[in-house]
Design a protein around this ligand. Structure first.
Ligand code: 13P
Length: 324
């Protein structure tokens, strides 16, 4: 027997996106897979009064355990209340790669799922996405689809044109699948190595022309931006200073994300920035305190840094602060 997200106190993304579209901001979708990340996301979003999408990838679900995740999400809802302010919280599957996985998440308390058929031929992408939508909508779970493939870390940015979302396809895709939101590819990519640039060189700007064309074709329809970490240089420097090696790590400049957030982009996915902030502080602490071995000692500063970073994103990048 499945469990509805409604019983856990979660919400789907429909209302969130409607308000984000009208208010010209974007909802943060922060990935998590452990307790400290989840605590930090909730604390930051409560303190900034921001709605939030808790995002779980297939790998994170395996890492944390599906049952644990359900209760962690439930705990997050209660924790937010305890902190003194109720914010809308969605639990979302990031990059679902099969109908079965999406169904398992719908049945296990997720309020939103992504089915990523972006690597498939157009008709197959439509077919699998529609199947997930048909199932999820029975339970009022919202669905994100994707058109266009994000660049991988090895690819040459300048030669990746064919990976961008083709605006000619978006209307038919949305109409025939019934998705609630659409992830697009306009130059962002996953991970900490988004662009190959020489020192001092600017990263190539996102393709706002493609985004504008998609907005024109799908007026008022929620768009999602994946791969939107800025790979904050301060954290890369700390990691490199304290024994790491992240040479050439570069992300999307925050001013470009700010601009995207004022458009039809209603959801911005951030994972790597959280990983970097966390790792930077753990490395720094362990380097400076070689005798410590209590995990709380090094996880606490990492969690505190995450809170700071997420608050900064909500206030200065996504514009979602004070929107809950
Ligand atoms: P980043 O690697 O840029 O944080 O992207 C995360 C993401 O898009 C998750 O789906």
């Amino acid at each position: 027997m499945g469990i509805s997200y409604k019983e856990l106190g979660l919400v789907n993304t429909r209302e969130m996106f409607k308000k984000a579209m009208e208010g010209k901001y974007a909802i943060p979708a922060y990935n998590f897979n452990n307790l400290e990340q989840l605590q930090a996301i909730i604390q930051a979003c409560v303190e900034t009064r921001s709605p939030v999408i808790l995002q779980v990838s297939k790998g994170a679900r395996q890492y944390a355990n599906a049952t644990m995740l359900r209760y962690m999400a439930m705990g997050a809802v209660e924790y937010a209340k305890e902190l003194g302010y109720e914010i809308p919280i969605a639990l979302h599957l990031d990059h679902g790669d099969s109908f079965e996985l999406c169904k398992a998440c719908v049945d296990n308390g997720f309020s939103s799922v992504m089915i990523d058929g972006s690597h498939l031929p157009f008709e197959e992408n439509i077919e699998i996405t529609r199947k997930v939508v048909e199932y999820a909508h029975q339970f009022d779970v919202t669905v994100e689809g994707e058109l266009g493939v994000l660049a991988g870390i090895e690819e040459d940015v300048k030669a990746e044109k064919s990976h961008y979302t083709n605006p000619d396809e978006v209307e038919e895709f949305v109409e025939r699948t019934g998705v609630d939101s659409l992830a697009i590819s306009i130059g962002t990519s996953h991970g900490a190595y988004k662009f190959k640039v020489k020192p001092g060189e600017q990263v190539p700007p996102l393709r706002f022309d493609i985004l504008e064309e998609i907005e024109r074709r799908l007026p008022g329809f929620p768009i999602v931006l994946h791969g939107a970490s800025s790979v904050i240089p301060e954290y890369v420097e700390l990691i490199n200073k304290y024994g790491g090696n992240l040479e050439g790590a570069v992300g999307v400049p925050e001013d470009q994300l700010r601009k995207a957030a004022t458009s039809a982009v209603c959801k911005i996915n951030i994972d790597s920035d959280g990983r970097l902030a966390f790792t930077a502080k753990v490395r720094e602490f362990l380097w400076n305190n070689p005798k410590e071995f209590d995990p709380r000692k090094y996880l606490k500063p990492a969690r505190e840094e995450l809170v700071k970073m997420y608050k900064h994103k909500n206030i200065n990048v996504l514009g979602s602060a004070n929107k809950a």
